[in-house]
Design a protein around this ligand. Structure first.
Ligand code: GAP
Length: 444
């Protein structure tokens, strides 16, 4: 099997995503919008499966974590309290020749830009770096005065912190406990790019885990969540050597972080890139929201009989980056039966289609009827089953391989005699006969 590790891989993924209904450029018929993408029928299933896997492991299967869903629009005051209006910014430089604006710390993009001008025998001069805030603002209500200023959330985190008291009052949790959430975030990125990697509208999956603010507990929980998040990421189907944990240098950390580690993926387009962050946020958020809102966001520890503001250990992952990295990892080309093929080696738990059911021949009503029956029965317990009778069987296999369907089930004349089908494995192309009654167990 040939595994691409070059920048062409990204082009192939973008093309496959569009061709097969995973991801489309947003508002394409109007020329698109930089840094914004739309998910098609298969992409939305893949993304949903990743989010569901997050929700199960970080929230639903645990006794110490609650789920919630906060609004996207939040008043400006929230972002003053969280420090984002002051510190959520990137340094921006402007090319004095063509006025392109680029992030001053993205040396690779700067070099690319200079090379474009160099080809025209031009030497680029850059403006002094300016601070550029990434929050996306909007105005609510009929009068555009200061009162109506609101921001689309720059991280989903703050929706959890501002509900800390509501969760305490309604659910009465004991520390340590967490609040998990999935949802859209918005950043006016200076240079969006690399497909789903850096967007202006994207989705995050996060956990804020509140712990006693002593010396020991935050450190232990930080280590716990670092490993938990890493293992979860691996379970999306990555090779261990393609992921690593890296600690942020002090000058790299966000304004709220006492310690920060990233899970990074070794990408084909630019080496190690951030997939996920684990942050020790201390009491930064709850303390600041207490100060700014004048509402006490402390916790009463019944055992110790004292009040304090808990520390927060955060797990923060990008949903779209997970989709992109999963696709980069899964993309494969090989030769099967003497023909070249492209396939996605997606793990069966996140593949948009778990199995496709085919009648061997479309024009044999008895095969079609039996295939429909098998399809309907499987679909009762596994919703992501597809029926396909289009084109010859070889073409159907290739189509399913290209979207990462782990299993293909073919109903042939033997099925009508002994109630067995062929079950084909996507990666090896091998087929074996399986009893219809055992199918759901085999593809589970
Ligand atoms: N609440 C903490 C927080 O937002 P972050 O490191 O800024 O931390 C967390 O973002 C994750 O969100 C990143 O690891 C990345 O996966 C994703 N992310 C951040 N900016 C993104 C962007 N512009 N496009 C796509 N995903 C992004």
């Amino acid at each position: 099997m040939k595994k691409e590790k070059d920048s062409e891989l990204m082009e192939k993924i973008v093309a496959l995503c569009k061709r097969r209904g995973f991801v489309y450029p947003s508002s394409e018929i109007y020329g698109g919008l930089a840094g914004i993408w739309d998910y098609g029928p298969l992409g939305v299933e893949l993304r949903h499966n990743i989010k569901q896997h997050f929700w199960n492991k970080f929230i639903a299967e645990r006794d110490d974590v609650y789920g919630m869903s906060a609004a996207i629009l939040m008043p400006a005051r929230v972002w003053e309290a969280s420090g984002h209006t002051d510190s959520f910014s990137d340094p921006l430089v402007e090319c004095k020749i063509c006025h392109s604006r680029i992030r001053a710390d993205q040396t690779d993009i700067i070099a690319e830009h200079e090379a474009i001008h160099a080809k025209k025998k031009e030497k680029v001069e850059w403006s002094e770096p300016k601070v550029f805030n990434l929050l996306v603002e909007t105005h609510l209500g009929a009068v555009e005065d200061e009162k109506s200023l609101a921001y689309l959330r720059g991280e989903i985190t703050q929706g959890v912190h501002v509900n800390f008291k509501n969760i305490i009052d309604s659910m009465h949790p004991k520390l340590p406990f967490g609040i998990g959430q999935i949802g859209k975030a918005f950043r006016n990125e200076i240079t969006p790019g690399n497909f789903l990697f850096r967007q202006r509208e994207f989705e995050q999956m996060e956990l804020q885990y509140y712990v006693k603010p002593d010396e020991k507990e935050p450190k232990e929980w930080f280590e716990y969540w670092k490993q938990f998040a890493f293992d979860w990421y691996l379970s999306l189907g990555f090779k261990k050597e393609h992921l690593r944990l890296r600690q942020h240098a002090e000058d790299e950390r966000a304004h709220y972080a006492k310690d920060a580690w990233d899970i990074e993926y070794n990408t084909s387009f630019g080496g190690w890139k951030e997939a996920w962050g684990i942050h020790h946020r201390g009491d930064w958020d709850l303390r600041r929201h207490s100060e700014y809102s004048k509402v006490d966001l402390s916790y009463f520890d019944e055992e110790a009989k004292k009040r304090y503001i808990p520390f927060d250990i955060e797990c923060s992952g990008g949903v779209d980056r997970a989709v992109l990295f999963v696709l980069l990892e899964a993309y494969a080309e090989d030769e099967l039966g003497g023909e070249p093929r492209v396939y996605l080696k997606l793990s069966k738990n996140i593949a948009p289609v778990r199995a496709a059911v085919f009648p061997l021949l479309k024009n044999k009503p008895e095969l079609v009827a039996k295939a429909r029956e098998v399809y309907k029965n499987l679909k009762k317990t596994i919703s992501s089953i597809q029926f396909d009778d289009n084109g010859n069987i070889g073409k159907r296999y290739r189509r399913q391989d290209e979207i990462g369907t782990p299993f293909c089930i073919t109903i042939d004349f033997e099925t009508l005699e002994d109630d067995t089908v062929t079950l084909r494995d996507r990666d090896t192309g091998e087929q074996r006969r399986v009893a219809v009654n055992d199918l759901s167990k085999e593809i589970k």
